[in-house]
Design a protein around this ligand. Sequence first.
Ligand SMILES: *Cc1c(COP(=O)(O)O)cnc(C)c1O
Length: 429
Amino acid sequence: MDHERIAGQGRTDSSYADELDARDPLAHFRERFVVEEPDLIYLDGNSLGRLPKATLLLAEDLVHHQWGGRLIRGWNDSWFAAPERIGAKIARLIGASPDEVIVADSTSVNLFKLAIAALRLRPDRSQVLTDDLNFPSDLYGLHAATEMLGARHSMEIVRSSDGIYGPEADLLAALDSRTALLSLSHTTFKSGYTYDIALLTAAAHEAGALVLWDLSHSVGAMPIDLEVAGVDFAIGCTYKYLNGGPGAPAFLYVRRDLQDQIGNTIPGWMGQRDLFDFGIAYQPAEGIRRHLTGTPPVVSLALIEPGVDILLEAGIQNVRAKSLAQSAYLIELWEDLLAPLGFRLNSPRDEHRRGSHLAIGHDEALRIDLALIQEMNVIPDFRAPETIRLGIAPLYTTYRDLHSAVMRLRSVVAEGRYRQYRNESPVVT
Ligand SMILES: *Cc1c(COP(=O)(O)O)cnc(C)c1O
């Protein structure tokens, strides 16, 4: 980041945060989002992105005019093509071609569908390789895929030595002629460690294995280049940095030359070639569309588009540049103001290996998190046993947000405010 300081200002002064905001070329994008409580500091855009104003307008049109007025004609107007149309836009964020991405189902379901497809392409191999920083759903889905195929595979979950850095060297060492599939989260959900997609994909291919990357925590936060890396399969979420809305459907990517080699694990009429022939025999549609199963949740699906449009307009390189600058700023504040109060940095220091959230550890993390939410008007999130995640969503997170959040974190600990909270988590943390 730009370490130049304004004369007389320390890096922990709030006026310095304001100066950084004033110089931020993406600052005006915040106005594109609904901000109902200006004093609320929202640092959970990596879990549920904010609502774009354009989405609010679209929701009224979609429900009132498209559904209410156009009724079933809406399918031919725009709904039928929406999974591919929005997929093609997401493709631009992840370095894929427009016909390699489609919006469908949830990330978990897509993982399962593609894991089965991948394992069927490597029938003579017996190992599925992943790590223990992966998202639980991914581990469950990979395991279920191996069970479904007759429990012939062993699933190797390579351990991270510190819970922060991904075990890259051990994964590379574990890849061999038995490996059918390597599946990892690009950016891991807890520490934010970010793998080198190109490096691991090349190594997996060298060993004859396929790769399936989960981009949920990186898409919309950094440039990704699936085609250059030659990635086979990928999946990802739309309600985090893409700002698609709670439970919005996910996307999946299949490299073009693999598309005709695999089917849909859960075939359905929406992925059938001539669906209105209502044929008894399933014939998969050409290309990526075969990965649809049933009727998509049109309202939720259509509402993804404005958030993706804003990211394309802002430019994903610019978004990443701001994310790195804000992360570096937050690490400086942690060092000066939080480390002395027992907070640890549980994310990689190396910016090349970090996503767009910082994990801050503390022995009292849960009670601190509860105090922040209930009396300090800060929303981070908590990941057991000791991690507070501070998510930076560069389209709307300000430097002042980060500064205020750190000052409020300080006072929760320095004034012992967390002590009145019980160590019990609510359902969603
Ligand atoms: C958020 C997230 C998911 C979410 O999966 P859903 O099926 O949409 O609930 C999956 N994987 C990773 C890595 C995530 O961060």
